[in-house]
Design a protein around this ligand. Structure first.
Ligand code: TXA
Ligand code: MG
Length: 318
């Protein structure tokens, strides 16, 4: 059985013992283990049923620790770190040799982030090692934004979930790597491209359809509910084709009335994309547990966090 508790001392004991603990962050819950413990890291991959070619993000609590982990820290990366950390940005930087290959899937660069959650920052401060933490969901399933989501997935397999409430941003961190010292966006996320470009100027976006993606998070099928999901421009017209089906609908801000919708969720009545992003996964979890025939989501505005929401919804349809 999994303990769900805010007892940081207990989480430290478990992590020191080379086991894993689910931790809250402002994006999604992560499944954490000591980066230097092969036992803990193997358990993360095993519990998530994650293939070893998919590397993990290292979480630290202060910029001072970055020198121990990376061999290069380009000026634009420093600027981003200074602006957004602690926060929902992951930087992929050339690694030092002390970082185990299991963490980086043998790559020469490591993904790093300082999360912005008081419980996890306080945990990280008390540990003598950084933790690797992928999102606390089985491979290809919807990421968890509450301890209950994690419990639903892993109650038989992990000893503890550190309680930290609902994740404020509710969507994974934005990932930025560097190619020839120029920044490249690997994953859309909780910080919009516009916010990033305000700090470092225009950035290249990694082609989603590349055969060998640099971040396997860019693989087409990811973050997926089990219920067949569609992403469409005009929900009302689309669902007319499904008269005798049980339908769940996700809309941005404007309600629709239609007798054969079983469940309708409007993500932000005031049209706030940040609010919508924060509710997206919780809504997908909810709809996916209703045994519906289909989920139909509306395409979000193609700017700011709307781009990140569309990215996750597109993957959910694959
Ligand atoms: O918001 C987040 O980033 C959450 C919280 C828990 O911090 N973590 C998270 O981790 O989303 P995960 O493992 O679910 O997604 C990390 C993504 C994966 O797509 C992985 O392939 C990519 O980051 N990644 C990790 N290390 C990498 C590396 N060295 N090079 C390229 N991609 C990397
Ligand atoms: Mg993930």
């Amino acid at each position: 059985m999994t303990i769900i508790s805010n007892d940081i001392a207990k989480a430290i004991e478990i992590l020191n013992n080379e086991d894993v603990v689910a931790i809250p962050t402002e994006t999604v819950y992560g499944l954490a283990g000591n980066i230097y413990s092969e036992k803990a890291i193997r358990k993360i991959f095993e519990v998530k049923q994650r293939p070893f070619f998919n590397p993990l993000i290292v979480h630290i609590h202060t910029l001072e620790h970055i020198e121990e982990l990376v061999s290069e820290f380009p000026a634009k990366a420093r600027k981003l770190a200074a602006t957004f950390w602690p926060g929902s940005l992951t930087l992929i930087l050339k690694k030092k040799s002390n970082i185990p290959d299991l963490i980086t899937a043998g790559k020469d660069a490591v993904a790093i982030r300082i999360p912005n959650h008081p419980v996890t920052l306080s945990l990280l401060k008390k540990l003598s090692f950084p933790v690797a933490a992928p999102s606390a969901n089985p491979f290809n399933r919807i990421s968890p934004t509450s301890s209950l989501h994690v419990e639903h997935y892993f109650k038989e397999t992990i000893p503890m979930i550190l309680e930290g409430g609902e994740c404020e941003n509710g969507i994974e961190s934005t990932i930025i790597g560097f190619e020839n010292n120029e920044p490249v966006l690997y994953r859309l996320g909780a910080i919009s491209i516009e916010e990033i470009e305000n700090v470092i100027g225009e950035i290249k976006i990694k082609n989603k359809n590349e055969k060998a993606p640099s971040a396997p998070g860019m693989l087409a099928r990811h973050y997926a509910p089990r219920t067949k999901t569609y992403l469409v421009d005009d929900v009302e017209t689309f669902i007319k084709n499904f008269k005798n089906k049980r339908i769940g609908v996700i809309k941005f801000s404007v309600e629709i009335k239609c007798s054969h919708i079983e469940y309708l969720e409007v993500l932000s009545k005031s049209g706030d994309l940040k609010e919508a992003a924060s509710k997206l996964y919780n809504t997908l979890h909810k709809l996916d547990n209703l045994n519906l025939d289909l989920i139909v989501a509306e395409i979000f505005p193609d700017f700011g966090l709307g781009k990140s929401i569309n990215d996750r919804l597109e993957r959910a349809t694959k």
